[in-house]
Design a protein around this ligand. Structure first.
Ligand code: PLP
Length: 481
């Protein structure tokens, strides 16, 4: 079983604790991120006047799904239900809303988990080391933000074709940036850059594709948040029937492992871009769903637990991005049966969130889910990150119109079917699992023995269940030293 804390350097750990104390940095435990009501009142009081995105170490306590933007404190998990009127399916589809994390996406949590284990164990020394966040999506934003809060140096590696908003923000926050060739699915080029930087020991690579802090965070924090929402909204006889996650690093999908333990009939649906159908058919290609679909199977993906693979056209996501954000699109929805409150909240869905929604619709149609079936997913980030993409669409296709809105609703939402969907047999799961060999054993130096162990459910159960208390104890000790 991979351990989050593999070795301890007590001298550096002590120095790190002193450094944090001097800067007023207190590290939240995973337990506090799961249940923020357990955060001490003194911290909650100090948090009230601090903005959600402010570079203030106390914002580490806002790395959870429960930020109440009205009070500045914590409430129930933030979520949005997309009802049948819009989805056209009987099943309820609910997404946790990532917009209310600092930085506007949940990746800030995965990044925290990867860095904090090193800080408390003394294997990362902020006076010497730089934290390298290789990513095509929001992980490097999250990592750069966490570094700013923790007074560490951040290095972001991301492909040149990522959105302008991402680059601007990273520059503003003071991250060092390395730009690699290509787009969303050019992960190999990112790994090559990591290999180059690794030669210099001051660079500590925190690769979310193989760092177990990432799925551990989602297993506990995202998994618990979804379970809490389900328990609060379920009606008698309702089932938690599905969990959908578009996979980038395959961190978020680990919440599905938690949910399957709690609700054994829950089916886990991994989704990707049809233009880069790696899970579906070992495929490759370029696509526009930022943050997902990276032409390989992440080391941290518990493939044997995945029941279903769905591939979504990137053009469908871009069309809905316009429908959900262009004023004419929102007006059209309001005039055509969609509750105005809901229509005004559809900007909570960024491009990969729309992919998740479409995938949930496919899933509901395929399994013929009814009103008692609830599918959960995450709306990882909001459209805030993609305004330049909307402008590009206008430049390419012209101003949005009512006719286009009608076409998009009918031709994308209502037309979603269960094509490009594969319910995984035992052999299909093994095929996907085996793909890891080429990236991880042949190219990235992982052991074949561990790959074989990953096929066993115990490997994952122990990883997710056994690391938590060790890490939380180390965090508490660090804060108290
Ligand atoms: C916008 C967006 N959506 C989805 C994902 C996929 O999440 P995960 O990496 O946990 O699989 C990412 C990952 O960075 C992302 O940035």
């Amino acid at each position: 079983m991979p351990k989050l804390i593999t070795k301890i350097d007590p001298v550096v750990a002590k120095k790190n604790a002193k450094r944090c104390k001097e800067r007023g940095i207190i590290l939240p435990t995973f337990h506090q991120q799961m249940f923020p009501d357990t955060i001490p009142e003194t911290i909650k009081e100090k948090l009230k006047p601090i903005g959600l995105w402010d570079i203030n170490p106390l914002n580490l306590f806002r790395i959870n799904w429960k930020n109440d933007i009205n009070t500045g404190l914590f409430g129930k998990p933030n979520y949005l239900e997309i009802p049948s009127e819009l989805t056209g399916v009987k099943a309820r589809i609910i997404g946790l809303a990532g917009k209310y994390f600092p930085t506007g996406t949940h990746k800030v949590g995965a990044a925290y988990a990867c860095l904090v284990s090193r800080l408390v164990s003394g294997t990362f020394d902020p006076e010497i080391h730089k934290a390298v966040w290789p990513s095509t999506g929001s992980y490097c934003r999250g990592g750069a933000f966490d570094c700013a809060l923790l007074a560490c140096t951040a290095v972001a590696i991301l492909p040149e074709e990522m959105s302008k908003e991402r680059f601007d923000w990273l520059r503003e926050i003071g991250a060092e940036i390395y730009v690699t060739p290509g787009c969303e699915s050019n992960v190999k080029e990112i790994y090559d850059k990591c290999a180059e930087l690794r030669k210099d020991p001051t660079f500590v690579i925190l690769n979310h594709f193989d760092e177990f802090g990432n799925p551990l965070w989602h297993y506990h924090i995202t998994g618990n948040a979804i379970s809490e929402v389900f328990e609060a909204i379920k009606k008698p006889g309702d089932r938690l029937s599905g969990y959908v996650s578009a996979t980038g690093s395959a961190g978020t999908i680990a919440a599905g492992d938690f949910l399957k333990n709690q609700y054994p009939s829950c089916k886990i649906n991994a989704t990707e871009a049809l233009e880069c159908p790696t899970l579906l058919m070992n495929g490759f290609g370029k696509h526009r769903i930022e943050g997902i679909g990276d032409k390989h199977i992440p080391w941290i993906h518990n493939v044997r637990n995945t029941d279903l693979v769905t591939a979504i056209r990137d053009e469908d996501c871009m069309r809905l991005l316009r429908l959900f954000n262009e004023p004419i699109g929102i007006k059209y929805l309001k005039q055509n049966g969609i509750n105005p409150n809901l229509a005004d909240k559809l900007d909570l869905l960024g491009i990969s969130s729309i992919c998740n929604l479409l995938s949930a619709i496919k899933m509901a149609k395929y399994y013929e889910f009814n009103e008692q079936d609830i599918i959960f997913t995450s709306f990882t980030d909001s459209s805030l990150m993609y305004h330049s993409r909307l402008q590009e669409q206008t430049a390419a296709k012209g101003e949005y119109s009512e006719l286009q809105a009608a076409l998009d609703r009918e031709g994308v939402l209502n037309a979603q079917s269960y094509d490009n969907l594969l319910e995984l047999s035992y052999k299909e799961k093994k095929r996907i699992h085996n793909l890891k060999y080429y990236t991880w054993v042949e190219q990235q130096g992982k052991s074949e023995t561990e790959l074989i162990q990953q096929w066993e459910p115990e490997y994952w159960i122990e990883t997710f269940e056994n690391n938590l208390s060790e890490l939380d104890n180390a965090i508490e000790e660090f804060n108290n030293s």
